[in-house]
Design a protein. Structure first.
Length: 324
């Protein structure tokens, strides 16, 4: 955990303490401003999860999915998907095995019949370090205000002391040996609605066929692009398969706080299988045009009272407009 936090802060060693956000800007704009300050602005690249790779394939829902949700993507037809795997952070050249590249991300576009897309944007943290957009801004600002020579305790150390979920969340992830061998978590709660109008709060879990993680020392020795190079090579040889599952909330489980995972014994229901079997000729060009939005959903899937999704939607749109 300490290493991951060092990874986050080491990118900042060159920054001096400074107030860098306009107080009157909306919170999602302030968040992207701080991300741009921490990582620099890299024309054409995302403010966060800047480095990634795109592949394509299909999704086939299970019968259990249709019982939980009337969403078109869960009706059982085979649906084309576009998937982008990514490293954390706003550096397009971050080494894939470095601390700063965790958590790793997976963003999926389900191209539904009729032309509308549903998106899912998930990562390898089991839960989020903070509960809402304001706290995420404050976390990033504390990092930006804590250069290597900052007086102790630094703003970042003070933030962590007041928010124990920060080190706890980062301790839940490490470098996988392949983007294909990682479990990705939806973190935010959504509500599935079936044909009878029955509602069930869920959190998505994307399970690989095998999860494989590297010890930190081995990850650090890997070539800088080992994850983004390996995935298309693997897909070209044979299909990569993931199982999309829904963790079902009990009636008493809260849905508004993404720092609080539900008990591990909550039922996991298989929603369907993702099969990734196509590389794209120019992944860099493809990812620049793509915008994945966690709140881009469809009838049969609703937002919960988790405030993170609205903050994320707005911040992703700001980042997209700046990278166009
Ligand atoms: C307030 C909380 C969050 C904020 C403000 C935020 C912000 C951002 C921004 C600005 C981007 C770049 C978007 C773009 O240019 O297209 C991004 C990308 C991403 N974020 Fe977040 N994020 C948050 C929480 C999360 C959470 C909870 C997850 C996972 C469950 C997540 C996973 C990802 C992934 C996978 C990407 C890359 C998407 C892609 O491939 O296009 N983020 N985030």
């Amino acid at each position: 955990m300490k290493n991951l936090l060092i990874g986050l802060t080491s990118a900042l060693a060159v920054l001096g303490p400074q107030t860098i956000v306009a107080d009157d800007a909306p919170v999602p704009t302030q968040i992207v401003d701080v991300m741009n300050k921490i990582y620099g602005v890299h024309a054409g690249f995302r403010a966060n999860h800047a480095k990634g790779v795109v592949v394509e394939g299909s999704f086939k829902a299970s019968p259990e999915a249709a019982a939980l949700s009337r969403a078109v993507l869960f009706a059982g037809a085979t649906i084309p998907i576009t998937v982008r795997f990514s490293d954390s952070g706003g550096l397009p050249t971050v080494p894939d095995g470095s601390n700063g590249a965790s958590p790793h991300g997976m963003a999926i576009k389900f191209h539904q019949p009729g032309g509308a897309d549903t998106d899912m944007v998930i990562n390898s943290l089991k839960f989020f370090p903070v509960a809402n957009g304001e706290e995420f801004r404050d976390l990033l600002q504390a990092i930006a205000d804590s250069p290597a020579d900052a007086p102790k305790p630094t703003k970042f150390e003070q933030f962590v002391a007041a928010h124990p979920s920060v080190p706890k969340a980062f301790a839940t992830t490490s470098t996988p040996d392949s983007f294909a061998d990682e479990t990705y978590y939806g973190i935010d709660a959504f509500v599935l609605v079936n044909k009878a109008g029955q509602k069930q709060a869920v959190r998505y879990v994307m399970q690989p066929e095998h999860a494989v993680h590297l010890p930190a020392a081995a990850a650090a020795k890997k070539p800088a692009d080992f994850l983004v190079d390996e995935l298309p090579a693997r897909v070209a040889k044979h299909a990569v398969v993931f199982h999309l599952k829904a963790q079902l909330a009990a009636a008493t489980d809260q849905t508004k706080d993404p720092t609080q995972p539900w008990p591990a014994d909550r039922k996991l229901v298989e929603l369907g299988t993702l099969t990734l079997d196509k590389t794209v000729p120019d992944s860099l060009a493809a990812q620049k045009k793509l915008l994945f939005l966690p709140g881009q959903i469809t009838d049969g899937i609703e937002l919960s009272d988790d405030p993170l999704v609205a903050a994320r939607n707005a911040a992703y749109a700001v980042s997209f407009s700046r990278r166009q």
